[in-house]
Write a protein that binds this ligand. Structure first.
Ligand code: NAP
Ligand code: F7E
Length: 331
């Protein structure tokens, strides 16, 4: 069987690293776009590398940026992928209030830059767009593909443009372009400033004697938290589906930030109230209160369902952070 070629934007991120692992396991040639940085930014994928001179090497990286159309066009032309997984983004909701213009450029315009490169390519390329449950914003739960969008941040507004431009290229040019509307998904590779990882890492640092407290914002908001590798598996399934379409990917369960705190602190037999302080700097000008997805379409049409649930996820993340600090874990 002919070896498939995938191009992954955002390959150095949480999802990019799991997706690259899964595609390599399926014998794909995997190309990724990375940004030039003054420090190494490939720690999540370093374990996947073989020397590029090795004839068995199947992972290749290219410098580019979603803000730079010429680099994107050059890479798409050079790699000639069968499938593109577009994950590259300024993905932090709180930060998007500080840098709204940059967020719009990378998240919204970056997507149309990449779609234009795909439209002009000589071969047919399937396109996956990393859409987000943030699109639903203040719409009442449970949220499905039929729920109206009400974005509540510059990040969500930029993702809304990206969602619609993907649908527009599908309708206008017959492209195989699909949106995965993914609810929050976490893992030991989650960025340290997202709330779940901030909590598990914070607990490990407190136990290691490095920190005394964790400073957080709104503890009342509720999220539908799943496990990132389950969600990257859904991305793959979306592009193998018989037709391009849009899918909600979620666990169907929702928990507050406070519940995540309670769960993690109870695993190490401490009372979170002794270690958590509220710092208003982490509040958002407008908040998304409750997200709870209905992924029944993905279950029916893609055969997808999440394997890991809330308690197991909290334990896995805390265990990994404790071991990183040289402590005995909780697993
Ligand atoms: P992440 O860990 O923040 O990774 C983002 C990736 O995008 C990183 O590889 C980052 O590179 C890259 N990137 C940032 N700015 C870029 C630019 N200007 N040009 C090229 N690449 C750039 O995010 P994630 O959690 O893996 O999420 C993957 C995608 O899914 C994102 O589009 C996110 O918005 C979306 N999403 C995430 C979730 C979730 O819960 N995780 C849910 C729904 C949708 P560096 O490593 O150099 O920073
Ligand atoms: O916040 C509250 C915060 O930053 C979750 C991204 O992957 O998922 C992610 O966006 C909740 C919010 O994730 C802190 O106010 C309290 O209500 O972990 P988060 P997010 O904003 O839901 C969606 C689906 C994406 O698409 C995004 O790319 O937790 N919260 N205290 C806090 N959040 C943070 N970050 N830090 C705090 O101290």
């Amino acid at each position: 069987m002919e070896q498939k070629v995938a191009l992954v934007t955002g390959i150095t991120g949480q999802d990019g690293s799991y997706l690259a692992e899964q595609l390599l396991e399926k014998n794909y040639l995997v190309h990724g776009i990375i940004r030039r940085a003054s420090t190494f930014n490939t720690s999540r994928i370093d374990h996947l590398f073989k020397d590029i001179h090795d004839p068995d090497a199947r992972l290749f990286l290219h410098y580019g940026d979603m803000g730079d159309a010429s680099s994107i066009w050059r890479i798409v032309d050079h790699v000639a992928p069968d499938e593109i997984y577009h994950l590259g983004a300024q993905s932090h909701v709180r930060v998007s209030f500080d840098i709204p213009e940059y967020t719009a450029d990378i998240v919204a315009l970056g997507t149309v830059r990449l779609l234009e490169a795909v439209r002009r390519a000589k071969k047919k390329i399937k396109f996956y767009q990393a859409s987000s449950s943030e699109l639903f914003g203040s719409s009442a739960p449970p949220q499905s593909e039929k729920t109206a969008f009400h974005p509540r941040s510059p990040y969500a507004c930029a993702k809304a443009y990206a969602y619609y431009i993907v649908q527009n290229y599908r309708e206008s040019y017959g492209m195989f372009a699909s949106n995965g509307i993914l609810f929050n998904h976490e893992s030991p590779r989650r960025g340290e400033t997202f709330v779940t990882r901030k909590i598990t890492r914070g607990i490990a640092r407190i136990l290691a004697g490095k920190d005394k407290l964790i400073y957080l914002g709104n503890l009342d908001s509720k999220r539908d938290w799943g496990y990132a590798p389950d969600y990257t598996d859904a991305m793959y399934r979306i592009l193998q589906h018989k037709k391009a379409d849009d899918f909600v990917i979620a666990t169907g369960k929702t928990h507050s930030v406070r519940e995540f705190l309670e769960e993690c602190f109870s695993l190490v037999k401490l009372d979170w109230k002794d270690y958590v302080k509220i710092d208003p700097r982490y509040f958002r000008p407008s908040e998304v209160e409750v997200l709870q997805g209905d992924a029944s379409k993905a279950k029916k049409e893609l055969g997808w369902s999440p394997k890991m649930q809330f308690k197991e996820l909290a334990k896995l993340m805390l265990d990994a952070d404790m071991k990183k600090e040289g402590l005995k874990g909780v697993l």
